[in-house]
Design a binder for this molecule. Structure first.
Ligand code: GAP
Length: 449
C-alpha cells in the first residue's frame, strides 16, 4: 500500500474516532495538549472490554495468577533500584535552527528531519520519568515520580501477595493501570502517548524453569490477540537483538502489529531474570529470597513478564476492524463499518422503532430497557432507518433490532447483523439469548444466520 494511502486510512480512523465518540483530544477547547487523549463514551467501553477480557484470561480463569492494584506514586528508591533513574533515558537531539527536538535514533544522516538544517546538538540523555513533589515542600528530598511502568508495584508486593494468597512458585501477579512517560517523540494518534494504560503480568519462577515459562507465556499472549479476532496475518514476532534489550532483560520478544504507519510493538514478553528482585533486595535490605518448603532450596525467583498497552491494543482493534465496502443495496455507495469482535464492541445492540408513531417507540424503549440489563444498548429514533444502521456500523455495533408494524401483531422484531447484513425475524424474548450465543461463537468473516 502506498504511503499516501496509509496515511489517508489513518486520518479516516482518527476522524471516525472523533465523530463517533471513541477518542477526543485532551483539553480540546484550549487547543489540545500534545500526546494526551480522552476516551469518549465508545472509547471507554472498548477499553473496558479489552481490559475485562485480559483480566478474565490472565486472572479469573487461572489459579496461579493473582490480581493487584498498586499506587501510581511509589517510594523514590523503587526507581533507583529498578534502574529507571539511571537507565530510563532516550538520547535527545535539538535542531538549533527550528528548535525541534528528536530522539537521536529518529534522525538519519546529520540533518534536521523538519527543516533540513545541519545545526544539530550532540545527543543528550533525557530521563523519561515525570517528576513531581510529594507534600507541600518542593525540595530534593520530596521528589517523586509518576510510574513509567506498572511492573514495579508488583515486585515490591511479591511477598505480600504470595503469603496472603498462600501461593507457591511458580505463580504470577497481574495488574492494569496508568503509566506515564515524558516521550520525546509521541505520536501516531494513541499509539505513543505520554499517559497510557498497561496490562502487565509478572510470573515468578525457579531459574531453571524460566525458559520453559517464557515460551509458555509467549504462546499464551499470541493466542490472546487471536482470540480478540485480530487478523493473524497482521501480527508478528520480533526478537530483541543484544543492542535492543532493556537493561533488565535476558531475552525479549515483541508482538508487533501492522499499523498503517508501520509494523510496531503491541506487547513485550520478557525474561527479566533475577534482576528486579535482586535489586529490590539490595536497595530495601529486605530478604526477598524464596524458600522452597519441600527441597529446602533458597533462591531469588526469575521473572517472566508480559507487558501490553491497552491504548495500543484498542488502536490495533480499530485499525483491524476498519472496513469501507460497497453497500449491498446500492454498490455505488460505500459503507464504513467496524468489524470488530462483538465481545469488544462498545455497544452490543441498537434498538430502533421503524417510525416514530403507532406505539412503536414505546415497545422499542421497553425492549431497550430489558436488554440493558445484559448489554450496552443504544436507542435511536432519529433519521431514516438506513442512517441509523450506518451510525451503528461505524460504532461496530453487531446487532440492530427494529420494531415495525408486524411487532404490534405478533411480538416479533427484525435483527440485522452488522457484517453480513442478513436480517431475521425473531420473538422479542429470544433477542437476548440470540445475542449471547452470537458473541460466544463469533468468528471472523462468518455470519451467524
Ligand atoms: N514493564 C515493561 C515495559 O514497560 P515497555 O516495552 O516499555 O515494557 C510495554 O512497555 C507496553 O506498554 C508496550 O508494548 C506498549 O504496548 C505500552 N507502551 C509503552 N510506552 C507507551 C506509550 N508511550 N504510549 C502507549 N503505550 C505505550
Amino acid at each position: 500500500m502506498a504511503k499516501d494511502e496509509k496515511s489517508r486510512i489513518m486520518n479516516e480512523i482518527v476522524s471516525l474516532c472523533k465523530r463517533r465518540g471513541f477518542v477526543f483530544q485532551s483539553s480540546e477547547i484550549y487547543g489540545g495538549i500534545n500526546s494526551c487523549w480522552d476516551f469518549g463514551p465508545l472509547g471507554v467501553e472498548l477499553k473496558n472490554n479489552i481490559k475485562r477480557d485480559w483480566w478474565r484470561e490472565m486472572v479469573q480463569l487461572r489459579d496461579d495468577v493473582e490480581g493487584l492494584d498498586a499506587a501510581i506514586l511509589m517510594h523514590p528508591k523503587v526507581w533507583e533500584a529498578s534502574g529507571h533513574i539511571s537507565e530510563f533515558t532516550d538520547p535527545l537531539v535539538e535542531c538549533l535552527n527550528c528548535h525541534r527536538r528528536f530522539r537521536a535514533d529518529e534522525i538519519s544522516g546529520d540533518k534536521c528531519p523538519v527543516c533540513g538544517s545541519d545545526k544539530l546538538t550532540e545527543p543528550k540523555m533525557f530521563n523519561l520519568m515525570f517528576k513531581t513533589f510529594i507534600g507541600p515542600v518542593e525540595s530534593d528530598e520530596n521528589v517523586i515520580y509518576l510510574r513509567p511502568e506498572t511492573a514495579q508495584g508488583i515486585y515490591v508486593n511479591y511477598q505480600n501477595v504470595m503469603t496472603t494468597m498462600r501461593q507457591k512458585i511458580p505463580f504470577g501477579i497481574a495488574q492494569i493501570g496508568k503509566a506515564f512517560r515524558n516521550e520525546i517523540s509521541p505520536g501516531n494518534f494513541i499509539f505513543r502517548s505520554r499517559e497510557f494504560e498497561q496490562m502487565e503480568m509478572q510470573f515468578f519462577v525457579h531459574p531453571d524453569d524460566a525458559e520453559r515459562w517464557f515460551e509458555y507465556w509467549r504462546q499464551q499472549r499470541w493466542n490472546w490477540y487471536l482470540s480478540l479476532g485480530i487478523d493473524g496475518g497482521k501480527i508478528h514476532w520480533h526478537q530483541h537483538g543484544p543492542d535492543e534489550l532493556a537493561h533488565y532483560a535476558k531475552d525479549a520478544y515483541d508482538i508487533e502489529f501492522d499499523f498503517p504507519f508501520g509494523r510496531k510493538e503491541l506487547e513485550g514478553v520478557h525474561n527479566r531474570g533475577d534482576f528486579d528482585l535482586s535489586r529490590h533486595k539490595e536497595f530495601s535490605g529486605k530478604n526477598l529470597e524464596y524458600s522452597d518448603n519441600v527441597s529446602g532450596e533458597k533462591y531469588i525467583p526469575y521473572i517472566i513478564e508480559t507487558s501490553g498497552g491497552v491504548d495500543r491494543c484498542a488502536l490495533a482493534v480499530l485499525v483491524d476492524a476498519y472496513t469501507v465496502e460497497p453497500e449491498k443495496s446500492n454498490p455505488q455507495k460505500m459503507r464504513t463499518v467496524l468489524k470488530m469482535h462483538p465481545r469488544l464492541s462498545p455497544i452490543k445492540v441498537g434498538v430502533f422503532p421503524l417510525v416514530k408513531k403507532e406505539g412503536m417507540p414505546e415497545i422499542a424503549r421497553e425492549i431497550a430497557q430489558e436488554l440493558r440489563k445484559k448489554f450496552m444498548v443504544f436507542y435511536d429514533e432519529k433519521d431514516s432507518i438506513g442512517r441509523r444502521y450506518r451510525r451503528q456500523d461505524e460504532a461496530g455495533t453487531p446487532f440492530c433490532v427494529t420494531v415495525d408494524g408486524q411487532t404490534l401483531q405478533d411480538n416479533t422484531v427484525t435483527i440485522r447483523e452488522r457484517d453480513t447484513l442478513i436480517q431475521v425475524r425473531t420473538k422479542i424474548d429470544e433477542i437476548a439469548p440470540m445475542i449471547e450465543k452470537y458473541i460466544e461463537n463469533w468468528e471472523r468473516d462468518k455470519g451467524i444466520f
